[in-house]
Ligand binder design. Structure first.
Ligand code: AMP
Ligand code: MG
Length: 311
């Protein structure tokens, strides 16, 4: 072939491991949805563009497009739409297979764990607290790993992967009182040393993660961290939904309020429900299950930070 990038693509698409990874992915996607469905969740469709999207707690290149007179953002996460989707009476639990665009800065994020487009298995529950979401996650992981171990035994053997044991409940560690500069290192150490997934709680991040009303400066949120150095698995939280508190948190984080006019108007009229939820990075989960070193290893088409965008 004429270029190294084409050669890389051809080697990847013909690799013996790829069909095994795709089979595991297939079982994973089916089981995530089936598990949520069986627990009474309603699946809603993802959106790709919107006047507002997740402001994120780190810098990315802007991902916007112009339609007629309007500027629309490509979805970085469905966070606000998840809250709004829970407005209807009798819609209490939702999930989305949600594609996200995040044009991560190559200098700041590692290409082994970051894609420019990826998908979340995104869930949100009305009137839930973070403990209920974490309990759901523990059950979900135990279930997924048991099914994959059983249904994908041949594929795991081909990949040379022995899955770590998944037993609920995962250990929990709070970062309350920890200096901000030490939080990342703490999570990395857990990921390197713990034999099981761990929850880490109470991060300071986006305005929509709920501040503990009883403890200012403490946030009712969590991450799950994978063992074996696979890093962050998911992030979740109880959400801010009350107008005064949202405004306070936005101002604290120097957020441009104009963009959120409609959202703020909804909260002012108490129309945003109280919810909690989380989003699992699907490719990260697949990478962990398959025991691969690079996130692009489990993607049919490479969209990692250092992608050559061959196709
Ligand atoms: P966040 O709410 O930003 O933590 O995103 C939810 C989950 O999506 C994270 O915990 C990761 O598992 C996954 N994720 C976030 N950013 C990326 C990315 N750039 N590439 C792949 N997965 C990601
Ligand atoms: Mg996160």
């Amino acid at each position: 072939m004429s270029t190294p990038s084409l050669n890389n693509f051809i080697n990847h698409i013909n690799s013996q491991h790829l069909p095994a990874i795709l089979k595991i992915q297939n079982v994973l996607l089916m089981e995530l949805q089936k598990f949520a469905h069986d627990q009474g969740f309603i699946q809603i469709m993802p959106l790709l563009m919107s006047p507002i999207t997740d402001p994120l707690n780190h810098d990315v290149y802007p991902a916007e497009l112009q339609y007629e007179e309007r500027k629309l953002k490509l979805t970085a996460s469905m966070i606000f739409h998840k809250q709004l989707a829970l407005i209807p009476e009798n819609i209490n639990k939702i999930y989305i297979m949600a594609p996200n665009i995040r044009l991560e800065l190559a200098k700041k994020k590692s290409s082994s764990n970051h894609l420019l487009e990826f998908s979340q298995f995104d869930i949100e529950i009305k009137n839930a607290n973070m403990d209920e979401i974490m309990a759901f996650i523990e059950k979900l992981y135990v279930h997924i790993f048991a099914v994959i171990e059983k249904e994908c035994a041949a594929e795991l053997t081909l990949l040379g992967r022995k899955l770590p044991k998944m037993k609920g409940a995962f250990p929990r560690y709070s970062t309350e009182g920890m200096p901000l500069t030490e939080v990342d290192a703490f999570c990395n150490k857990l990921s390197a040393e713990s034999p099981v997934p761990c929850f880490v709680t109470n991060f300071k991040r986006e305005f929509y993660d709920k501040e503990d009303p009883a403890k200012k400066g403490v946030y009712r949120n969590f991450d799950l961290v994978y063992p074996e150095n696979y890093g962050e698995a998911l992030s979740g939280a109880e959400r801010e939904y009350e107008y005064n508190q949202i405004i306070r948190r936005m101002q604290e984080l120097n957020t441009n309020l104009t963009a959120y006019e409609n959202y703020l108007e909804m909260s002012k009229h108490k129309l945003i429900p109280r919810t909690a939820g989380c989003g699992i990075g699907i490719q990260r989960l697949l990478k962990f299950i398959c025991g691969k070193p690079q996130i692009k290893d489990v993607c049919l088409f490479d969209r990692s930070i250092l992608s050559e965008f061959t196709f």
